[in-house]
Design a protein around this ligand. Structure first.
Ligand code: SF4
Ligand code: SF4
Length: 410
């Protein structure tokens, strides 16, 4: 491992060799501190990400969106590269709001607030108009941002029926919009078929046609189900914004797998990596507005932005994606939740395997364990009936993986 690849709290050695600079856009990179000569050259030459219309919101957002949990050290570079949409921005207070964003004209960047159910988690909590309204109002005051551009219902509805009959979230949004505290309505939709609800694409197909929602965020990675691809294409036709999340299926674990890395050293992959190829694949979809791409370090940010700027997949990228897809077979859950419908024990299999992804792909073991703990039914509820197995197009031995994940997170 070269010194440049040594990690310290998610940042690399380059982050600690700091000198600071100001780019052509006028965005200061002093927040990055200093960079080695080589990194400084890359930083100044980073260029701009493409932007796309976020459906009916009419916002022109960067094809790669940022998040408040990114290291404050990489945010100036992201702003310089054109990242202008910030997920979960309610985490920033007046004191922690990154200067690189705040120093720009307010209308040039977009802040998203995610609004969760109350009285429990995304499965057990409920929708409460007044509490959601107060939550956003207080967040606006705390952040000093003036308003949030996007009010996003986090985790989404449990079913089409709930979307049809429970107007609480929409009413909270409408009250806040009247007061100028939010501008647009979006949803981040999960699957709820383990609770007798619907799959994300079923709920989103309804919302696209029947509600004031303007855009949605949902799971999407290479090899995903056809229904999600169809949803993205239809959303484009309907001018409904789309942001893909959990996009890097298997990329993190492959990066730490010696056998995978030795295969990747073959000449046909030269110049590509699974991460870069995945970003290009996402960006090459003309129907998708944007993607959330996990970014833990300065090097990752440079790699992701470099790939996003050249979204044409070359032969080496296609080989890298094929290699990753082969590696993921039987190993990495694509979070489609097809298997969940067959489970007589109503185990949230896709949720459990999502937590495994946090641990193995994002290296966030504490978060994964904390999420696993909240489950009312975990992997130990499996009665080994095997009913789920024929559903898995990713060829995962769900029974044994549930055991492995319980050993890791339980
Ligand atoms: S094998 Fe386990 S996870 Fe699969 S359907 Fe049966 S009980 Fe559910
Ligand atoms: S285990 Fe297989 S069927 Fe179940 S969610 Fe994952 S990829 Fe889909």
């Amino acid at each position: 491992m070269s010194n440049d690849k040594l990690n310290f709290n998610g940042l690399t050695r380059r982050d600690f060799l700091r000198v600071g600079t100001v780019g052509a856009t006028g965005v200061g990179l002093a927040g990055l501190g200093g960079l080695s000569t080589e990194a400084l050259a890359e930083a100044n030459d980073i260029g701009r990400l493409p932007s796309r219309r976020y459906g009916r919101t009419g916002l022109e957002i960067s094809a790669m969106v940022g998040a408040s949990d990114w290291s404050p050290d990489v945010i100036p570079m992201a702003v310089k590269a054109g990242v202008n949409y910030w997920h979960k921005a309610q985490k920033w207070t007046k004191e922690t709001f990154p200067a690189a964003i705040k120093s720009q004209p307010r209308e040039s960047y977009y802040l998203e607030i995610t609004v969760d159910r109350v009285g429990g988690d995304n499965r057990t909590g409920h929708i409460d108009e007044e509490q959601h309204y107060q939550f956003v109002k207080q967040a606006v005051a705390r952040s000093g941002a003036g308003y949030y551009d996007v009010f996003k219902f986090h985790y989404g509805y449990h079913s089409v029926q709930e979307a049809k009959t429970n107007p609480g979230m929409v009413r909270a949004y409408e009250r806040l919009k009247k007061e100028g505290l939010v501008k647009h309505l979006a949803i981040s939709q999960h699957h709820y078929n383990n609770m007798g609800g619907n799959l994300a694409f079923e709920i989103l197909n309804y919302l696209m046609e029947n509600s004031p929602y303007e855009a949605a965020q949902f799971f999407y990675t290479y090899g995903d189900r056809k229904e999600t691809q169809d949803l993205i294409a239809l959303a484009k036709q309907k001018d409904f914004g789309t942001i893909a999340m959990k996009t890097m299926g298997g990329v993190g674990r492959a990066a730490g797998d010696k056998k995978f890395q030795s295969l990747l050293a073959e000449p046909k992959f030269a110049g590509s990596t699974p991460a870069a190829a995945m970003v290009k694949w996402l960006m090459a979809n003309p129907n998708l507005t944007a993607a959330v791409v996990a970014t833990k370090s300065f090097d990752q940010l440079l790699e992701n932005i470099g790939a996003a700027k050249q979204p044409r997949l070359a032969a080496n990228d296609r080989h890298a994606l094929d290699l990753l897809a082969g590696y993921n077979k039987g190993l990495t859950c694509l979070l489609c939740a097809d298997c969940v419908t067959s489970c007589p024990e109503h185990i949230g299999i896709a949720d459990i395997f999502r937590y495994e992804r946090y641990a193995l792909d994002y290296h966030e073991l504490d978060r994964a364990r904390a999420e696993y703990k909240t489950l009312t039914k975990n992997g130990t509820a499996c009665i080994a009936c095997g009913d789920c197995l024929p559903d898995c197009k990713a060829d995962i031995n769900i029974l044994s993986k549930l055991k492995q994940v319980h050993d890791l997170l339980g």
